[in-house]
Ligand binder design. Structure first.
Ligand SMILES: Cc1cc2nc3c(=O)[nH]c(=O)nc-3n(C[C@H](O)[C@H](O)[C@H](O)COP(=O)(O)O)c2cc1C
Length: 350
């Protein structure tokens, strides 16, 4: 059981915040296959507080999309506080603060990962959010393991970590890469283990390089973190949450059949069409389709078919041809990590 303040989550692998991906369709398909908690995409504080269509859309959450975390990015404590309060009133079950985004434009505006180099301002933001939320919902943080590999950066990390818990943060997610590192090189799981030892009973979620259910279970075992956020590993693979549950319960894991893949794709695509106009829906879904192809027994052909599909009618054709129930498909082979795990018969003793 993962507990984040008042939010109780029985399956400790949650859907991560993923800008450009973790929209409502991705969240609800993740829930359908076992995720019990999902994070929305990061949003700029000023877009939450500014009246308009975007704000209305951000603050409209479906009944089937709970519990959900809203994540804010910005640089000014008062504005962060105001936006946090709006998220609570809009129905978000948790408010998360982004101190991790490594995008150049974001850093240039002193937001996201930049704040890891300014512990004073970072903690002023945490205090403003905690005060504004006023105990109505848990407040959490997302951090990278530092701005860079310097000793000063590490000191800043721990100043923010400890300070945020003292101010009332309910949990902190740590991505084991630095801001400078962006996505190059591995996430440092040893650092995650150190953080967990350092905070004792406080709640830490781990992030980085969780592409299979086996990796999720390994991170939990090796680092002692209380939960994990599944990010790139859930794009086009909502089944990872079902597999996490199965592995954590010591059950054997089977990769999703082509029919199951079709069911997930149809569901997510249907939700995408409800949210966006058909042209945008096609563009939004295509990148998921390309990722789903990786689960298919004929992954190279299916991947190419999704790449070639330029509109939503073409996407429907890919489904009709490559996910046809009447065809005999070769057996689905698990993705690499899972294959190792099954081959080793490890499923039962993790
Ligand atoms: C396309 C993309 C968008 C992301 N958007 C967010 C975001 O909005 N908020 C956030 O805290 N992290 C965001 N992240 C970081 C992920 O949540 C996660 O920490 C990171 O990808 C490491 O996990 P992974 O190696 O398992 O993918 C994003 C990552 C990617 C690749």
């Amino acid at each position: 059981m993962l507990k984040i303040g008042s939010v109780e989550i029985a399956m400790p692998a949650i859907q991560a915040a993923l800008s450009g991906f973790s929209d409502r369709p991705m969240r609800v398909v993740a829930r359908r296959y076992g995720a019990e908690f999902a994070m929305a995409e990061v949003v700029l504080d000023e877009l939450v507080t500014r009246k308009g269509k975007l704000r209305d859309r951000l603050l409209k959450i479906g009944e089937d999309d709970h519990p959900i975390g809203g994540q804010l990015m910005g640089s000014r404590p008062e504005q962060f506080g105001e936006a946090a309060s709006d998220l609570v009133e809009g129905g978000y079950d948790l408010v998360d603060i982004n101190f991790g985004c490594p995008v150049k434009k974001v850093l240039g505006r002193c937001r996201g990962g930049f704040l890891l180099s300014e512990p004073g301002n970072a903690l002023a933001i945490v205090k403003a959010v905690v005060d504004a939320v006023g105990g109505r919902r848990p407040v959490t943080l997302k951090m990278r393991r530092g701005f860079d590999d310097s000793e000063e950066s590490e000191r800043n990390f721990f100043t923010i970590l400890d300070g945020a818990f003292t101010l009332g943060a309910a949990a902190i997610t740590v991505h084991g890469r630095t801001v400078k590192q962006r996505y190059i090189g591995p996430s440092n799981w040893d650092f995650l283990a150190r953080v967990k030892r350092h905070v004792g009973t406080r709640t830490i979620l781990g992030s980085g390089d969780l592409f299979t259910a086996g990796a999720v279970v390994r991170m939990m075992n090796e680092t002692g973190v209380d939960g994990v956020t599944v990010a790139r590993g859930a794009i086009g693979n909502p089944f990872i949450f079902r597999e996490c549950r199965e592995l954590l319960e010591g059950r054997a894991v089977a990769p999703p059949s082509v029919a199951e893949q079709r069911e997930a794709i149809e569901f997510q695509f249907g939700e995408t069409l409800k949210l966006y106009d058909p042209v945008r829906a096609g563009a939004v879904f295509r990148k998921f389709g390309i990722a789903y192809a990786d689960l298919h027994p004929m992954r190279a052909d299916v991947r190419q078919a999704f790449i070639n599909a330029k509109d939503f009618e073409a996407l429907r054709d890919v489904l009709a041809v490559w996910y046809d129930d009447r065809r005999e498909w070769p057996p689905v082979t698990p993705r690499e990590g899972l294959r190792d795990l099954i081959a080793a018969g490890a499923a039962c003793n993790i």
